[in-house]
Write a protein that binds this ligand. Structure first.
Ligand code: ARG
Length: 458
């Protein structure tokens, strides 16, 4: 018998019951459901709405249920529809009349909103912690390989040489922004809807401030209609997860490229690679690819919830039951992917020679050769043209800029002198980019200091 069976003469069929149940996903939130009920009972007793005796029995009964669920001994019954009724029904079976007083002045509508907010806060906290662990790995890798030069790309064409540490730190800052987005989702979730009851509040003299404090929320929600039907904080969470997954997918794409024979900038650890069932030589970057691929499902979770929420009239509607799976999935997927990324970055072998060699290909010194002329007085636009012609000349003669003789340089411009050699030196080219936020050795040192500070602050 359902706890609401009073006005019904017939029950729903088995299939319909299963269709309507949220119990399978609700199991993720049993601890929060029990926490919310204990806070509610304590508050009811303090306000003299139920007796202290009943509240104490409710608390002991709920703790026992939590213990049973923790140990896997709880008997789940799909006929209970959701975690709220599963727990309450068992409580009443266990302690009788006292248990039947728990649902005074509340509804499953404010209960489910409370559970989800508590669970969202829990999941977000985990994500923020994992984000910090992953950023630490990036920081350590950047520190370890400080000084290694690689080609920087635009349009995936060789552009200018950069420090590998600079490249890694670019992701570090993306992840730092992800952390902030997660924190802002945490703040959105951090309001207590309990006490909104079904939709309109309640006639009982409840103390919402007390449950707010007991449950560790920042403040009570100010509007009961909004409180029972608001899932914006899950949208915030899923958006934060989507952007973080997008960042990971960009990095995964680079990891896949870097581990090709053509690039050979890195070798992934065996523990983060898989083989082929037919080609004995293969070592595939499966986990980078899978992480890249999982971005799709997380964005799917976000879009799914947005569409579920669209056009929903106030206040609670059963559609809202659909919001839980996607949020749990998005958070778990991001968490798993960050763990994988952390390990993959930590264990990958970096090949400085291949990076350095790559940095020299594709005329990456061209900008600096143009700057050389500009610094000797030639207008930059003209210098750009002169060096463009030199690159064309090199391409036609199968040479690099570094293979040109001084005579060849001088033919292009009389301003070229012996010291052009230093303008072609990759190390010097990188080192000279001293501006704040640039790739020069000293600028990257400053950046690493700021990264360490940002990490320590989060
Ligand atoms: N099972 C519902 C959910 O997960 C909670 C109960 C909502 N209340 C109702 N009257 N159906 O959203």
């Amino acid at each position: 018998m359902a706890l609401w069976s009073g006005r019904f003469e017939e029950g729903v069929g088995k299939f319909t019951q299963e269709f309507g149940a949220s119990l399978p996903i609700d199991k993720h939130m049993y601890a929060q459901d029990i926490q919310g009920s204990i806070a509610h009972a304590k508050m009811l007793a303090k306000q003299d709405i139920i007796s202290q005796f009943d509240a104490d029995r409710i608390e002991v009964g709920l703790m026992e249920i939590r213990h049973q669920i923790d140990k896997g001994l709880f008997t789940w019954d799909i006929n209970d529809e959701d975690i709220h009724m599963a727990v309450e029904k068992t409580l009443i079976e266990d302690i009788g009349q006292s248990g039947a007083r728990l649902h005074t002045g509340r509804s499953r509508n404010d209960q489910v909103a409370t559970d989800i907010r508590l669970h969202a806060k829990f999941m977000i906290k985990e994500l923020m912690e994992q984000n910090c662990r992953m950023r630490e790995s990036f920081y350590n890798k950047a520190e370890k390989h400080y000084g290694v030069i690689m080609p920087g790309f635009t349009h995936l064409q060789h552009a200018q040489p950069v420090l590998f540490s600079h490249h890694l730190l670019a992701y570090f800052w993306m992840f730092t922004r992800d952390y902030k987005r997660l924190y802002s989702a945490y703040q959105a979730a951090d309001a207590n809807p309990l006490g909104s009851a079904a939709l309109a509040g309640t006639t009982y003299p409840i103390d919402r401030q007390m449950t707010t404090e007991l449950l560790g929320f920042d403040h009570p929600t100010p509007n009961s209609l909004d409180a029972v039907s608001d899932r914006d904080y899950l949208l915030d969470l899923e958006y934060a997860c989507s952007v973080a997954m997008m960042h990971l997918s960009r990095l995964c794409e680079e990891i896949v490229m870097w581990s090709t024979t053509e690039f050979a900038f890195i070798t992934l650890a065996d523990s983060y690679s898989t083989g082929s069932s037919i080609m004995p030589q293969k070592k595939n970057p499966d986990f980078a690819e899978l992480t890249r691929g999982k971005m799709g499902r997380v964005v799917g979770d976000l879009v799914g919830l947005l569409v579920t929420m669209k056009s929903l009239p106030l206040a609670y509607n059963k559609d809202l039951q659909e919001c839980k799976e996607g949020a749990v999935d998005a958070a778990k997927t991001l968490n798993d992917c960050m763990i994988i990324m952390d390990g993959m970055i930590d264990t990958m072998k970096v090949h400085p020679k291949a990076m350095r060699k790559g940095a020299g290909k594709g005329f990456t010194a061209a900008t600096d050769v143009a700057d050389y002329l500009a610094k000797k007085g030639m207008p930059f636009r003209q210098a750009h043209e002169v060096v463009g012609n030199l690159v064309l000349y090199c391409e036609k003669n199968h040479k690099g800029l570094e293979n040109l003789t001084l005579e060849e340089f001088k033919k292009a411009s009389a301003l070229f002198e012996e010291d052009i050699v230093s303008a072609l030196d990759l190390e010097a080219i990188v080192r000279a980019r001293t501006t704040y936020g640039g790739t020069g050795h000293s600028a990257v040192k400053v950046q690493m200091g700021e990264a360490a500070e940002a990490l320590a602050a989060d």
